[in-house]
Design a protein around this ligand. Sequence first.
Ligand code: ATP
Length: 140
Amino acid sequence: MKKQFAVIGLGRFGGSICKSLVDEGMEVLAIDEDEEKVNEFASLVTQAVIADTTDEKALRGLGIKNFDHVIVAIGDNIQASILTTLILVEMDIKHITVKAQNDYHEKVLNRLGADEIIHPERDIGIRIAHSVVSKNVLDY
Ligand code: ATP
């Protein structure tokens, strides 16, 4: 059976995750509170819905409990990211990945029990620095 993913937040980060998962042949439920974003992804993913994921009832209504993996890609609104993650943890979702905006955000997400916390800007920065250094070492 195909693995079922839900992606919350369709900014550049969440949007690119949706596209890659679809390319990999996965089932993807895309969620955003912004109607325009949802319309943009409607034809690409399995299902796209407008919802405020800080609303527990709305989240339960989407049947999010049945998903194998939920990715929280809400960035700027740290409060919404934290509250959404808390609801998902309390629902016992199998695997929760959350994008952290800063170190404090990451600390709270850790405490809440998110399974995986990513910090894209910081991690890419570290990777690029390593790659630049190793290229320079080879050049000398
Ligand atoms: P990125 O850094 O990935 O480009 P962005 O800056 O475009 O993201 P963010 O503020 O990080 O946008 O938010 C990502 C998406 O999360 C937005 O499309 C926003 O509408 C959505 N979002 C924010 N709060 C909620 C919420 N409570 N429920 C559902 N979606 C939300």
